[in-house]
Design a protein. Structure first.
Length: 146
């Protein structure tokens, strides 16, 4: 029965969906799909062209980069996740969002269910997070025997 559930969950498409908006504090929130801050009158201004990247199980030694995307003109994004059971099984998710002239947002959380959205707020400021290429461990891993 468990295998059937896993197989069925793996066949359904799952995507991380959300919006990057202006905020007074940079943060990543998991909200309901009908949260008024995602769209509609009175919603914060979206940030087009922001980069949003994702990591699977960021707290574990075997974490995996899922990749990322850029937001569209109104700050919205949708990123497909091809992991078996995504949105159903319990995975950890790391999220990093960046935009020019904004302080980045970075957080780890359980991967949201399919009926949830990511609301990412970016405040004015400087990007002080290291880039993946700035991490010396990335260079060390290239030279370690496999």
């Amino acid at each position: 029965m468990l295998l059937l559930i896993l197989f069925a969950g793996g066949c359904q498409s799952y995507a991380l969906r959300g919006r990057v908006v202006e905020g007074t504090r940079s943060q990543v929130l998991v909200v309901d799909a009908d949260d008024p801050r995602l769209a509609g009158p009175g919603a914060p201004a979206g940030i087009g062209g922001a980069s949003v990247s994702f990591m699977l199980d960021p707290e574990r030694a075997g974490h995996k980069s899922l990749g990322g995307s850029f937001t569209d003109a109104d700050g919205s994004f949708q990123y497909p996740v091809d992991e078996v059971g995504a949105g159903f099984l319990e995975y950890g998710l790391g999220v990093t969002a960046r935009a020019a002239g904004k302080s980045p947002a970075q957080d780890s959380m359980p991967m949201p269910a399919g009926d949830k959205r990511l609301l990412i707020m970016l405040a004015p400021g400087r990007d002080n997070l290291p880039r993946e290429s700035d991490n010396p461990m990335n260079d060390i891993e290239r030279y370690m025997p496999r």
